[in-house]
Design a protein around this ligand. Structure first.
Ligand code: NCD
Length: 308
């Protein structure tokens, strides 16, 4: 996909691959300006949220972002059960129709590639809010924004991606955005069943980013700046034994925190199950709730770019 230029209007948000450093700087400058702000710049505009998979943060933070900019929201939360999909309607037909009801469509779907399919037939911008094990580009934007807010810059960080690196779409998207930053190093910490795929490794290598794979957090914890822990994506496993192996593998608790440098942070896209012990929540390095809060400002910036 071609990088988004700051002079050209953003058309759809489908993949992290669309962004370059310049467009990221533009989005984050807008997010800085819009954080905590309310105005009416999107008055009269309508956002439709079509969610075929569960969501709390993504849908509500998009809705909050749109409402804070003066726009209106409508949507279906369990599109698989409560929309015409149950009658056999294709995604393409649904999107064609919703295009004439709304000015922007925020889509979450269980199949990788669904957002690109939607964008191909939509006559309004489509935002990928997660397409199965594929990507979740606006989550990656808020993750990167969080790293910048917490550490000043993402340049030069050593990040440990932990947990489900095979099905975790937020990892797939964030790896690509971080690859645009000089000096970044990546450690992929996961058991083999959920280790990062060959495709993504090839992209990281092609971007010249040094990386390593390990199944032991102990190997890297004392040298990381950012721990990016993820939930093992139970819903995507066909083999429950594999899920059980993956689920038990990497856990952040008080002992892990003792080995983590004082100026490092712990992130998680949430929801958390038990891969971060709740005893970690009060540690100032636990950044995951601050990270979730950043979702509103970043999504305001995205909507402003798409519709403003
Ligand atoms: C993530 C997702 O849906 O991919 N959640 C989110 O959007 N913040 C992560 C997850 O479900 O584990």
């Amino acid at each position: 996909m071609t990088p988004v230029s700051t002079t050209r209007r953003l058309e759809h948000v489908i993949s992290s691959e669309q962004f370059d450093r310049e467009s990221l700087d533009d989005i984050f400058a807008r997010a800085d300006r819009l954080a905590g702000h309310r105005d009416t710049r999107l008055a009269g505009r309508i956002m439709a949220t079509l969610f075929y998979e569960p969501s709390t943060r993504t849908r509500l933070s998009f809705e909050s972002a749109m409402l804070r900019l003066g726009g209106s929201v409508m949507g279906t939360e369990a599109a698989r059960e409560f929309s015409s999909v149950i009658k056999g309607e294709t995604l393409e037909d649904t999107i064609r129709m919703v295009s004439s009801y709304a000015d922007v469509i925020v889509l979450r779907h269980d199949q990788a590639g669904a957002a690109a399919r939607a964008a191909a037939v939509a006559s309004v911008p489509v935002v990928n809010a997660g397409d199965g094990p594929g990507e979740h580009p606006t989550q990656a934007l808020l993750d990167l924004y969080t790293i910048r807010c917490e550490r000043g810059s993402a340049d030069g960080v050593h990040i440990a991606f932990c947990g489900d690196l095979r099905f975790g779409r937020t990892v797939h998207s964030l790896v690509q955005l971080l690859s645009l930053h000089p000096g970044v190093r990546m450690s992929f910490v996961a058991p083999e069943v959920v280790q990062v795929g060959a495709d993504l490794q090839a992209r990281v290598a092609a971007a010249g980013v040094p990386y390593q794979l390990t199944d032991r957090l102990d190997d890297v914890i004392s040298s990381v700046d950012v721990v990016y822990q993820t939930r093992v994506q139970k819903e995507r496993f066909t083999d429950l034994a594999e899920f059980e192996t993956a689920r038990r593998a990497i856990r952040i608790d008080a002992e892990v925190m003792r080995a983590l440098p004082q100026n490092a942070i712990v992130m998680h896209p949430l929801p958390r199950v038990d891969e971060i012990a709740t005893e970690v929540d009060t540690d100032p390095r636990a950044a995951y709730f601050r990270q979730a809060r950043n979702g509103v400002a970043v999504r305001m910036a995205v909507l402003d770019l798409l519709l403003g």
